[in-house]
Design a protein. Structure first.
Ligand code: BGC
Length: 765
């Protein structure tokens, strides 16, 4: 009780209140700043540190004060009513400890679908609603800033954190992130949009130098952040670990001040990623307002630089002011009485329902939705052990994960469980063996490889086919920060291939069907096997209700309406970025330890030689066959597009198209608006996505006129010579697509020439 009173007194900023001192809750930031000592200022811009289980600082970990398990806290100055505010991960839900010593209550959070699944919905309203539900947990568990969303571009299929990110396309990434931020911040808590920027690989992530042309930066890697900042005004942004063109992003004034603030008008605070960068004084001078989680060395660096004049107090004050502004708007300073009881039941329904819209039906030879099916045989370890989401700081401590097995049973199917115990034992044994083999290097933040598949013998398979109406096989992939995926992880393993071959042969022999469910966080190889089963459902990692959501799609509770936010290439090496990505390169550098720069390609530096040709822009330019194109996804119904129109009034491009459900069940359709530019001095992609939208659920025969808009200035490309966004005068073609390779209709409209200058910054050395 005593502890509680003390805590609320501190929270209110009253504990050290001295009469006459300005108080942050009631005084202006200016007054509070004036009352601060230099030492207090230097302390405020760095966090409170973060102990690991041995008392040392840990890269991903958990503070133990206020909200145990949160990633960071800020420095409190009670005499000025400045409380410590709490920063906690995201992005698939709040990451805090689920239990607390000596406390019977649990603090589980909802594991929502991963970022990639949310982007696959192509439904900004839905994403905003999911964000709103996440924000309620942030608010009611006493956190102030949610370290999410994460929107780095899917530059390469093997980035270990792609599951947290959205898309290979900056418009999809930016619009999804903006909707997410709006939803979360409706709860009066902050977001931290991360990782700003060019953080596209995990290998040597804290020292890698990304070498990128200004055009590719502006058009591809910064565009999503620009959209989010302009459309959703996030409270904070998290700078990234890596360098850009030779300098840490967290130490680049041209990125954090010139572009972010002067060009885009960002008003919030920038914090580092945990232990990011190598010079605290340079970070402050660059406008990286807060260093997290904070170290003693950073304090010394700042005080030293102030003393020797390399950092001015004025520069420090800019960052301190932004820290004060952030804290002033936090729930903590308002002493919000959080109840530690967010509505987990309602959020379970939100995650179950939202996951339905992001699952992508890749193949369907008439088998889905399931009809006349009672008895189901499930195969694949992952069917019994569904993956809610990825690992690392993107993990969520949830109360449960619904497996496919349980999802099917919940829906009333008779599921053959005879192998369940054997599967669960096999999974546990392989996990234990992996942990043991890792020895001291093992960390619970690391992804555990998926177990090898158990392949039943021919006799068992034949018996299963005889007993059951259908077979479902789940293949799983998991990944998380610190590691990129490997080429082996991209392809089906030998045991997976054997399982697929064996099950389909046995079931097809009796005229029965086989469905494959992909419970994965990133792109996998599909071209070589996708025609073997009768249907393939890309379920992504769908959060804690995954098994229920998959079952809802399989049974047709909803028609699938998810579409791919990235391309599925035929071969891994087809991707433009494969020539410059650390494929299968283990450097022994994890967490925050840094190795000496030995100039190793794709490890110490990575040249983004493909420039703006990322994802479909590359495959279109090369006119290359893909396994599934960007924007692709099947439905249980069909849609016709008609009456396309486009008006460009010089300010806004307004496009409309009528979408009609021409099939026999209700469904939603995501429509993509691409633009092809006229002849130009600049090299132009074949087409680029500029806007997208999704219909409401249309009944058979029902139509909706979808209106898609974007600023006319977005027709521009970035001209490096002029350092300007340039729209060429001429006739543009507007393509309405069901996918990037399924253009249904097009219209032409003219644009006048325009030029918007940008600072000549972020240059290559
Ligand atoms: C991750 C961030 C995360 C932070 C705090 C870092 O390792 O890169 O995304 O927010 O840890 O947990």
């Amino acid at each position: 009780m005593k502890k509680l009173l003390l805590l609320s007194a501190t929270v209110l900023g009253l504990a050290g209140c001295q009469c006459g001192e300005p108080q942050l809750a009631t005084s202006s930031v200016k007054k509070v700043l004036k009352a601060m000592t230099l030492e207090e200022k230097a302390r405020l811009v760095i966090g409170m540190g973060m102990p690991d289980s041995n008392g040392n600082s840990a890269a991903v970990g958990a503070t133990q004060d206020i909200v145990p398990g949160a990633a960071g806290t800020t420095y409190a100055i009670p005499r000025l009513g400045i409380p410590s505010i709490v920063l906690a991960d995201g992005p698939a839900g709040l990451r805090i400890n689920p239990t607390r010593p000596g406390d019977d209550q649990t603090y589980y959070c909802t594991h929502f679908p991963i970022g990639t699944l949310l982007a696959s919905t192509w439904n900004q309203k839905l994403v905003e609603n999911v964000g709103f539900a996440m924000g309620e947990e942030v608010h009611e568990y006493g956190a102030d800033v949610y370290l999410a969303p994460a929107l780095n571009i899917h530059r390469h299929p093997l980035n270990g954190r792609n599951f947290e990110y959205y898309s290979e396309d900056p418009v999809v990434a930016g619009k999804t992130a903006a909707a997410y931020v709006r939803g979360v911040q409706r709860n009066d808590v902050g977001t931290s949009v991360k990782h700003f920027a060019f953080n596209n690989q995990e290998t040597n992530r804290t020292a890698n130098n990304a070498i990128i042309s200004p055009r590719a930066q502006r058009e591809i890697y910064l565009k999503g952040f620009e959209i989010t900042v302009k459309e959703a005004a996030p409270w904070t942004i998290m700078s990234s670990y890596n360098k850009l063109n030779g300098t840490y992003t967290s130490q680049r004034k041209d990125l954090l001040t010139t572009v972010l603030r002067d060009e885009w008008g960002f008003q919030g605070l920038v914090m580092t990623d945990w232990f990011g960068g190598d010079n605290a004084a340079e970070q402050i001078a660059a406008g990286n307002d807060m260093l997290q989680p904070g170290t003693a060395l950073q304090y010394e660096q700042i005080m030293g630089a102030l003393k020797d004049g390399s950092l001015s107090e004025k520069e420090l004050d800019v960052c301190v002011t932004r820290c004060l502004e952030l804290i002033k708007r936090s729930p903590k300073v308002k002493a919000y009485p959080y109840n530690n009881k967010p509505n987990l039941e309602a959020h379970a329904a939100v995650t179950r329902q939202s996951a339905l819209e992001g699952m992508v039906l890749l193949e369907n030879k008439g088998v889905l939705p399931l009809k006349d099916v009672k008895k189901v045989a499930v195969f694949g370890c992952t069917s019994f052990d569904f993956i809610a989401g990825g690992t690392g700081s993107g993990n969520v401590n949830r109360a449960y994960t619904v497996s496919l097995l349980d999802g099917l049973k919940n829906a009333g199917f008779q599921v053959d469980e005879s192998k369940k115990d054997a599967y669960l034992k096999h999974i546990a044994d392989e996990e234990a063996a992996f942990r043991a083999a890792q020895g001291e290097n093992y960390s619970p933040f690391y992804p555990v490889p998926r177990p090898s598949e158990l392949v039943p013998n021919l006799f068992e398979l034949a018996a299963s086919a005889l007993k059951n109406d259908i077979a479902i096989i789940t293949f799983g992939r998991n990944s998380g920060e610190f590691f990129d995926r490997t080429s082996a992880d991209f392809s089906l393993s030998e045991s997976e291939k054997k399982l697929l071959g064996g099950v389909t042969k046995a079931f097809h022999a009796l005229g029965k069907k086989v469905v494959v469910v992909l419970n994965v966080g990133g792109v996998v190889e599909t071209a070589s096997w996708k025609n073997i089963p009768d249907a393939v459902l890309l379920a992504w990692q769908a959060g804690q209700e995954g098994g229920n959501s998959v079952t809802d799609i399989l049974t047709g509770v909803e028609s699938p309406s998810g579409k791919l936010p990235m391309t599925f290439p035929v071969n891994l090496m087809d991707a433009g970025s494969s020539a410059n990505f650390p494929i299968d390169t283990d450097t022994g550098v994890y967490f925050t330890n840094r190795r000496e720069d030995v100039g190793q390609k794709d490890v110490d530096y990575t040249r983004y030689e493909e420039g703006i040709y990322v994802g479909y822009r590359w495959f279109d330019k090369k006119d290359m066959a893909v396994s599934y194109p960007f924007g692709y996804g099947l439905s249980y119904t069909t849609f016709a597009y008609s009456e396309p129109s486009v008006v460009n009034d010089g300010n806004t491009v307004t496009a409309t198209v009528t979408v009609t459900n021409t099939g026999s069940v209700a469904g939603k359709e995501a429509v993509q608006l691409y633009v092809s530019a006229p002849e130009s001095n600049l090299d132009k992609p074949v087409k680029e996505l500029k806007a997208y939208g999704k219909t409401e659920k249309l009944r058979p025969g029902e139509s909706e006129i979808l209106t898609l808009t974007f600023p006319s200035g977005e027709l521009a490309s970035f001209d490096e010579e002029k350092s300007a966004w340039v729209v060429d005068a001429g006739t543009y073609t507007f393509l309405f697509g069901a996918s990037s390779r399924d253009i249904r209709c097009s219209v032409q409209a003219d644009a006048a020439a325009s030029e918007v200058p940008a600072h000549r910054v972020l240059l290559m050395e």
